[in-house]
Design a protein around this ligand. Structure first.
Ligand code: NAD
Ligand code: UDP
Length: 322
């Protein structure tokens, strides 16, 4: 295998830090670029003394000049409370930031992978969601800064591919969880585990009958790497775990696995919260020979173990919206 110079934007985040770790361990020269909006340096502190790892504090909405062979573009706030905190900044990250990243890929002739999202399907009328479904996004709602930003980013990727022959990959990631999720990011898995461990009520939004399909971090990152190395498709390609659960089931499972005495309380459902979500991963199975290996129960056990090992006091809630 040829060693490469790899840039991971958003590399200090939940998924990015694990990807950096994988790439450093494989011997590649890794540049992790992050503005630390939703992450902390301690996610990559253990990599700082590795000779093939470099950390840059930078915001992708302004250009940066680097020489690399591959770019994983993960920079973007991902949790609803984070991306809605400053919606204009969120959409700038997915448009101006992506133009900067694609410009770099064009200049360096680098292969560039975009971390897109199941949110491009909005509140889907088709179930499960396959890549051919064009989605049902509310363009003027509170989630639009993220959903429409990611849709525009896919458009930019395709236009740079068609017009400038940039070597692109687009991956649509479905809900992913695991160690190093920010404990105050407001996402359902981190919220429920934190609440259960602290003996607080678990906050189920709405009637808890909405569904999500949860993919463990390691499975997802393996899929990203396989897609980057794939030679026969550019995407968009769904990556996620097709096992579907209601939010109520997730709450019950987390209470069981933590042995918590917490109760479930209900809170109002956020605007435009998708009702059902499950990926059709036929394309990933066929082209990448990829499918998730870690069942929800096993992945949650690993994640709970990590949450038990951290001191919540060391984590700043990045936004008041958790
Ligand atoms: P995360 O918030 O932990 O990571 C995002 C990282 O990007 C953070 O380190 C943040 O500080 C950084 N960042 C944000 N804006 C930036 C900017 N303008 N310049 C530089 N850095 C910036 O979230 P994550 O779950 O690791 O998500 C990583 C990527 O995967 C995101 O693009 C997200 O949209 C996508 N994704 C994640 C999921 C999921 O379930 N985890 C699902 C769909 C898509
Ligand atoms: N949710 C919940 N309680 C919480 C946080 C989230 O019931 O404390 C619900 C949320 O309304 C949504 C689902 O869990 O239906 C997943 O939310 P998350 O923010 O993790 O991700 P989304 O898939 O909505 O982007």
């Amino acid at each position: 295998m040829k060693l490469k110079r790899i840039l991971v934007t958003g590399g200090a985040g939940f998924l990015g830090s694990h990807l950096c770790e994988r790439m450093v361990d494989a011997g590649h020269d890794v540049i992790c670029l992050d503005n630390f909006f939703t992450s902390q340096k301690n996610n990559v502190a253990h990599l700082l003394n590795r000779p093939n790892f470099e950390l840059i504090r930078h915001d992708i909405t302004t250009p940066v000049w680097l020489e690399v062979d591959q770019i994983y573009n993960l920079a973007c706030p991902a949790a609803p409370g984070h991306y809605q905190f400053n919606p204009i900044k969120t959409i700038k990250t997915s448009v101006m930031g992506v133009i900067n990243v694609l410009g770099m890929a064009k200049r360096c002739r680098a292969r560039v992978l975009q971390a897109s999202t199941s949110e491009v399907y909005g509140d889907p009328e088709v179930h499960p969601q396959s890549e051919s479904y064009r989605g049902n996004v509310n363009p003027i709602g509170p989630r639009a800064c993220y959903d429409e930003g990611k849709r525009a980013a896919e458009t930019l990727f395709m236009d740079y591919y068609r017009m400038n022959r940039v070597d692109i990959r687009i991956v649509r990631i479905f809900n992913t969880y695991g160690p190093r999720m920010h404990p105050f990011d407001g996402r359902v898995v981190s919220n429920f585990i934190r609440q259960a461990l602290l003996g607080e009520d678990l906050t189920v939004f709405g009637d808890g009958q909405q569904t999500r399909s949860f993919c463990y971090r390691d499975d997802l990152v393996e899929g990203l790497i396989r897609m980057m190395d794939a030679t026969d498709l550019i995407g968009p390609l769904n990556l996620g775990n097709p096992d579907e659960f209601t939010i109520e089931q997730l709450a019950e499972l987390i209470i069981e696995l933590t042995g918590s005495r917490s109760q479930v309380v209900t809170q109002p459902l956020p605007v435009d919260d998708p009702v059902r979500r499950r990926p059709d991963i036929s394309l990933a199975r066929k082209h990448l020979d990829w499918q998730p290996r870690v069942a929800l129960r096993d992945g949650l056990e690993k994640t709970i173990k990590w949450f038990r090992s951290i001191d919540f006091e060391n984590y700043r809630p990045p936004t008041p919206n958790f």
